[in-house]
Design a protein around this ligand. Sequence first.
Ligand SMILES: Nc1ncnc2c1ncn2[C@@H]1O[C@H](COP(=O)(O)OP(=O)(O)OP(=O)(O)O)[C@@H](O)[C@H]1O
Ligand SMILES: [Mg+2]
Length: 356
Amino acid sequence: MRTVDWEIAMPFGSVVVPRDPIRSKDPRGVTVDVSRETVASGADNSREPITESFPPEIESLRADLRLDPADRIGPRDRTRCIAVANQKGGVAKTTTVVNLAAALAVLGCTVLVVDMDPQGNASSALGLDREPGSPGTYEVLVGNRSVSDAATTVSGLPGLLAVPATVDLAGADIELVSQVARETRLRKAVETFLNQRAEAGNPIDFVLLDCPPSLGLLTVNALVAANEVLIPLQSEYYALEGLGHLASTVDMIQQHLNPNLVISAILLTMFDGRTRIAPQVAEEVRQHFPAELLEAVVPRSVRLSEAPSYGQTVLQYDPGSVGARAYLAVARELDQRDRRLVDLTDQQEKAVTTES
Ligand SMILES: Nc1ncnc2c1ncn2[C@@H]1O[C@H](COP(=O)(O)OP(=O)(O)OP(=O)(O)O)[C@@H](O)[C@H]1O
Ligand SMILES: [Mg+2]
């Protein structure tokens, strides 16, 4: 375990956070993907203008969202696998996964969502079948089922695939304890799937993993499969509570199981600029995590909380809402950061080559 050596003074008390879980990492770690050796070796980040057309349902959603034809970020040349994690409950992990996935899909990406939470909220929000016994994350983790078998398409969002969580997943944390390679099961399954898709000429651009509010084996499997962690923080009192423990877990997994893992983004959710605490939380997080805090914030919005009860993402439920716009902004910013980091790394590599 790392030493805890950083104390953040919050207006409402202080929170201890381990130092340098993030900035000490090579920026390349943020940009590489699960299958970069096999799927995207030699990938070049210089992009031609993308001319592929959208499926009709996406085209119609884009019209509802009033997106400019040039406003797209996919297809990409590498897969990014992002675990959306925070062991604190109710901070908008699931809301972020489903709406970010939808935003990426309307911006031209092919996305796989894996519901790692036995509560199955992401599955319900995407209108997926959660009948016990139907293929889902449990079968992938415990029953050696392939991701391609367990993944289903999401109605109204071509380009978005999801592996649902059935109630069976509730037992997985305990069942996995006695299994061989218990921490790497998701990673292997996802890698196989990504390779199959890439070989078939139909690669996945983003994998988003919705973690449960705990740091048990399900979350560990997600952190081993991912290369990036996105942490949603509710803009409220005690927002940073538990962040030290999460950073320690990420650090431990980075050291022992997944050297590529980094915390790449922190997203403020349920932000209400009219309160005094929300900007204070934003300022505190920015002071300590300037590189990771996303500029885009997700405002508190009733539309975001209503959409799941219709089995829809907010982009479908209310395309004009602030929630829909916020998650589109998050998707674009994640893409822009990735490009900047790749450009920077390319420049550093060129400089080293020239010198030698
Ligand atoms: N920006 C927002 N504005 C209003 N309500 C929101 C917003 N984001 C999330 N919510 C609501 O807050 C609640 C918790 O959100 P969500 O389920 O996404 O959190 P979570 O971190 O996944 O929770 P859990 O830890 O239980 O998995 C839900 O009722 C959701 O609809
Ligand atoms: Mg959730």
